[in-house]
Unconditional design. Structure first.
Length: 453
């Protein structure tokens, strides 16, 4: 089994310089390799590498299930100055973080391990949940030998990126490089991992963890892929929260599917305890018989026309003198507005949130109501809506009507082979309009190699 460690670590030389006798009982080199591997593997498993400090939290319970005296290995690596720790531990909240010291922080390289008990423990943790296979086989069945990555050009691009990051003095360039290196090689080896998040129901895979630039090298059966993406997906999905029917436990009268807050918290493969059980006050939602509040309507119209970010960008500039560089920066500001706690609005840096409340007072009050007991509830709810519609509604219908059509999900988008994107787009648009109530703005993202600027 392959494991990855920094190429600057010469284990034989290290052991000669720092003998393991009296330091580690029943020493196994494979155990040492695996612990070093985890410092590259765990960041690569995260969907976004954004820890410039490079500390990786190691879960003691899981590590002990694989290596019972793991602590002795960590102490050895600390004493030999191969790794260092932040020594920051919070019970049930944060594990201690570890990272390679500057002397050994470098590009990773593959090492083979052969210790059968260790390999069995690792493989057991990689097993796909039987419930996932049972209820979502129509998605996971496409993760087979035909799914491949164009390895050589992907690695050439990665080398160019590394050179650029080092030249421009990006902080911790090797950490970023190693995450991508790990994911490219794991994909090339068909070492696929598939799971559903127990909290928000999202489907995670090698694709969701791979940087978007490198997805361009993925093919299925030699064909390029195209993803169909929901534009402004978070604001778009949030418009369903304006409708009182969404909070009812009975069948919705406006669709032929049961789609409400209760159904999305009870899926075929997982059942969740709904943390929010009360319908928001009547003045914060509408019924099919009553007109929508004016700022609800403005918000919905802007979302449906794909103009919400541009509208907010203009009013932030006019009223606050804030100019955002691009659409991505505006999107990040909107996420801050929607998902920060209610108390944040009093802070000086919450000016955009205050302006949003001024222009969309009822929308703001509804979102604030949903966050009153838990500021994470709104974001979790929207992600549950997204995953429910993408996985349990749209993908299921595509699989039923087009059983030979490959489909791969990346949260709010669905990828398929080039030439079939119109089929996916049509079904996505129909189902999203039926369930959310307004038409989505969808975009094609054609996956093919692009030059690194």
């Amino acid at each position: 089994m392959k494991q990855y460690i920094p190429h600057k670590i010469d284990l034989d030389k290290l052991i000669e310089q720092y003998p393991v006798e009296d330091r580690i009982k029943n020493f196994k080199k494979d155990n040492l390799i695996h612990i070093l591997n985890l410092l590259s593997e765990l960041p690569a498993n995260a969907e976004r590498y954004d820890d410039d400090e490079g500390f990786v939290q190691l879960n003691a319970e899981k590590l002990q299930s694989r290596i019972h005296n793991y602590r002795e290995y960590l102490d050895y690596l600390l004493a030999s100055k191969v790794i260092e720790t932040d020594n920051h531990y919070v019970v049930n909240l944060k594990s201690r973080g570890y990272r390679f010291t500057p002397t050994f922080n470098s590009e990773i390289t593959a090492k083979q391990i052969s210790d059968l008990p260790l390999i069995k423990h690792i493989m057991k943790d990689k097993e796909i949940d039987p419930d996932l296979k049972k209820h979502h086989n129509y998605v996971i069945k496409w993760w087979d030998e035909d799914l491949d990555i164009n390895y050589k050009p992907a690695m050439e691009m990665l080398e160019k990126e590394k050179t650029l990051n080092i030249t421009t003095q990006v902080k911790n360039p090797y950490g970023k490089y190693n995450c991508t290196y790990y994911n490219i090689n794991r994909f090339n080896d068909k070492d696929f991992f598939l799971s559903i998040d127990n909290n928000i129901g999202r489907f995670h895979s090698n694709l969701t963890n791979m940087k978007s630039e490198y997805r361009n090298y993925i093919q299925y059966n030699g064909e390029n892929l195209v993803s169909v993406d929901i534009q402004n997906s978070t604001p778009y999905l949030s418009t369903i929260l304006f409708n009182t029917e969404f909070y009812n436990s009975t069948q919705s009268s406006t669709t032929d599917h049961t789609f409400n807050i209760h159904s999305i918290y009870s899926t075929p493969s997982h059942h969740y305890t709904l943390p929010f059980t009360h319908v928001p006050p009547p003045m914060l939602v509408k019924t099919p018989e009553t007109p929508m509040n004016s700022d609800f309507q403005l918000f919905s119209d802007l979302v449906e026309n794909g103009q919400l970010y541009e509208y907010l960008q203009d009013i932030f500039k006019d009223e606050l003198g804030i100019e955002y560089e691009n659409r991505k920066a505006v999107k990040e500001a909107v996420f801050t507005i929607l998902f920060t706690g209610n108390q944040f609005i009093g802070q000086e840096e919450a000016k955009p949130k205050q302006v949003f409340k001024k222009h969309f007072p009822t929308v703001y009050e509804l979102f604030a109501y949903l966050k009153k007991n838990d500021k994470k509830f709104l974001s979790n709810l929207l992600q549950r809506i997204e995953s429910h519609l993408i996985l349990n509604v749209i993908c299921k219908r595509i699989a039923k009507e087009y059983p030979k059509l490959p489909i791969f999900t990346i949260h709010d988008s669905i990828a398929t082979t080039s030439g079939n994107e119109k089929i996916v787009e049509s079904i996505m648009k129909e189902e999203l309009t039926k369930h959310i109530g307004i038409s989505p703005s969808l975009k094609f993202d054609y996956w093919f190699p692009r030059n690194l600027n």
